[in-house]
Design a protein around this ligand. Sequence first.
Ligand SMILES: [Zn+2]
Length: 283
Amino acid sequence: MNQKQNYPSEQESRVLMVDLGQRLYQRGFVAANDGNISVRLSEDWILATPTGVSKGFMKPEELVMVNLKNDEWRGILKPSTEIKMHRAIYQVRPEVNAVVHAHPPHATAFSVAGIPLDTTILAEVIVSLGAIPIAEYTTPSTQEFADQTARYVRNYDAVLLANHGAVTVGRDLVQAHFRMETLEHYAHICLIVRQLGSENRLSFEQVRELMDLRSFYGQAPPSPNCLTCPSYTEQIKQPQPGPEQSEPGQSVTRSSSGIDQEKLGTNFIEDIVRQVLTRLTGA
Ligand SMILES: [Zn+2]
């Protein structure tokens, strides 16, 4: 137990994970044996949900201890088949202590439709989650899927997984769980807004103030992608920014507010120029 990192105890984590699993199941965020949860208990060990067990009916003693550095695990059941994804996420986000993966219906529907949740319509969501991209489809439970998901989680706290579901991370189990709740709630609202047929987006300046708040509240990582996202500038369709702006080993220049001012300025000016040209040419 590393007191400096303030890791939770194994026993309290077992009890809390069972409770959160029941909440995921009761809210319909998972069906049957879907989904998986993990929490970091030390630098090397995590506690994870087992494979083949419904998150709504887990027992504390069924949860599995898994080593992050090798394939060692301890428990009466085998760890989740998605343990590779959890391991990859903890490797790219050392400050993250919990991971939740689920298939909440509205968020999953957006992942199937190929529509990222990146519109600037709700202040609280911008501050707590930022933009929510979609990681391209790869086969679940594979190392490719794990690596692909981790590449996105490097820059985002909540990610949709194409034709699959969603994953959220946090400094502890409760934050990761609440982010999954926020993600699904947001997706539900986005769907209703689309049905209503009208959408008032927050302005660029309003979003920038919220992103500064996000940095103030220590909502890591303050991804530069969020503010260069097309929907954060003007409603001009551009390719969805991927995670490649900060590949492993590549640093991203950020201001004290966590915003990449250079890229932000460049993209914003480009968007304005593109918008003017579009209106002039009628394209
Ligand atoms: Zn899944």
